[in-house]
Design a protein around this ligand. Structure first.
Ligand SMILES: Nc1ncnc2c1ncn2[C@@H]1O[C@H](COP(=O)(O)O)[C@@H](O)[C@H]1OP(=O)(O)O
Ligand SMILES: [Mg+2]
Length: 428
């Protein structure tokens, strides 16, 4: 054996020796790393890639880091598509209701429970459900209206169909996102009846009140187009279109807010996603206008606070509300307005407290009358409960069977308000 060959063999065996040491060392580091909860998986693979020197692993690591980042981004904008579709659907439906609002004859008929419903209610419900079904076909829907009456009344059906087929957003992309036009009048009736879910605690369920505050709508006052998404009984997305509220979030709640609304400077969409805050934006006729974050106004002195309640004395006990306000030290008279516009108004700090006191033992509030407003107020820094201080439970069907009344106030004073509510109700 030549000296050269011996040298080569020694070099080779020492190379194998060092490789073995490096391999054992790598193994120890890897085991330690696995047991250390502080080291994340991307960092783990980075260590592995350094140890093995494999270019492939480095690529995989970068990819896994990118995936993690985009997953985190997705998590922070969870329900982004639902929010966009919901806001555009409400904007389009509000466009339809505004056309009816300005007509003298609103195609009003009486429902079985004697409450009024107009061609605006039916038309808005058809447009919203059609947009939801185009985007989320397997979601369930709890909506206020049903088409039975329209199947018997062809002239009324045709009047609604004329409205529905001619109401569009002036934005091609927005219309496309909402799935475009409904096929014909019969398809419209079927769509209206897709809002017949029983509700409940499982899965994705939308709630729709196409015109909340129909009595206000007929009087020329406040009303709201309302849409909420519940997932497993919890409200995740809420949108309120309020065509007759001032656009300006800072506009104080005037006593005449509930009457003689005009289009001038009016029309706002409130929206919220659970954990992402609440927003307001002008109600438009095309794509969505830019939104602004909204928050409830802190109450420093109860004597300066204002409270809202229903115009309709049959919907909320105004006498009891007056006693509660007096006991709280509120000196201003109540601001009366119809619909969930009350929730939106306190969420942006135009008003402070919303009181809804039961007028009968048997009435059960409907989930579509509260789902969106409840989330928007809570996301703006408020608390919403029933008169006993329990959170509204949207998971028990089409009504809030477990709750009586609604008390909404800034979180910091909500307990104080509930205490007084219970004192006053206890004396009844
Ligand atoms: N006795 C009642 N108590 C509370 N709310 C009621 C009562 N009767 C009807 N409502 C509902 O009040 C809502 C309007 O509330 P507001 O007074 O805040 O504008 C309507 O959706 C209406 O439902 P419906 O449309 O079934 O008549
Ligand atoms: Mg309603």
């Amino acid at each position: 054996m030549t000296v050269d060959k011996i040298k080569q063999q020694k070099k080779a065996s020492s190379h194998t020796f060092y490789s073995k040491i490096l391999f054992v060392f790598s193994l120890i580091v890897l085991i330690l790393a696995i047991f250390s909860s502080r080291i994340s998986f991307p960092r783990l693979s980075l260590i592995a890639s350094h140890l093995t020197g494999s270019a492939n692993t480095i690529t995989a690591t970068s990819r896994s880091t990118i995936t993690t980042t985009s997953t985190q981004k997705m998590a922070s904008s969870q329900y982004a598509k639902e929010l966009e579709v919901a806001q555009l659907a409400v904007q389009r439906a509000a466009r339809l209701t505004k056309r009816v609002f300005h007509e003298k004859a609103k195609g009003t008929v009486s429902k079985d429970d004697k409450s009024p419903v107009t061609i605006g209610d039916f038309g808005a419900q058809a447009l919203i459900i059609s947009a939801l079904k185009a985007n989320f076909p397997s979601d369930e829907i709890v909506a206020e209206e049903e088409a039975a009456q329209l199947r018997e009344d062809t002239p009324l059906r045709d009047q609604i169909w004329e409205l529905v087929k001619s109401t569009k957003l002036d934005d091609e992309a927005a219309e496309q996102l909402l799935g475009g036009a409904i096929k014909d009048a019969d398809a419209m009736l079927e769509i209206i009846d897709q809002g017949n879910s029983k509700g409940g605690a499982k899965g994705r369920i939308w709630t729709i009140d196409p015109i909340d505050g129909t009595k206000g709508f007929l009087r020329g006052g406040q009303y709201a187009v309302c849409l909420g998404l519940m997932v497993d009984g919890d409200v995740k997305v809420g949108v309120l279109g309020c065509p007759n509220l001032p656009v300006d979030d800072a506009a104080p709640l005037a006593a005449d807010i509930g009457t003689n609304a005009t289009d001038e400077g009016r029309g706002v969409i409130f929206s919220a996603v659970q954990g992402q805050g609440a927003t307001s934006r002008p109600l438009g006729t095309a794509g969505l206008a830019e939104g602004k974050s909204i928050a409830m106004k802190p109450i420093t002195e109860m004597s300066n606070a204002s409270f809202c309640e229903s115009v309709e004395a049959g919907h909320s006990d105004q006498g009891v509300a007056g006693q509660i306000a007096q006991k709280l030290g509120i000196t201003k008279p109540s601001v009366r307005m119809d619909s969930q516009a009350k929730y939106g108004s306190i969420a942006r700090g135009a008003g402070d407290i919303y009181l809804r006191l039961p007028t009968s033992k048997s009435y059960q509030e409907k989930i579509w009358d509260h789902a969106a407003g409840d989330l928007i107020v809570r996301e703006a820094g408020g608390q919403v409960t029933d008169v006993s201080g329990n959170r509204l439970d949207f998971s028990v069907g089409r009504t809030l069977a477990e709750n009586k009344g609604v008390i909404a106030a800034p979180a910091a004073v909500h307990d104080q308000v509930i205490k007084v509510v219970q004192e006053v109700l206890g004396q009844q």
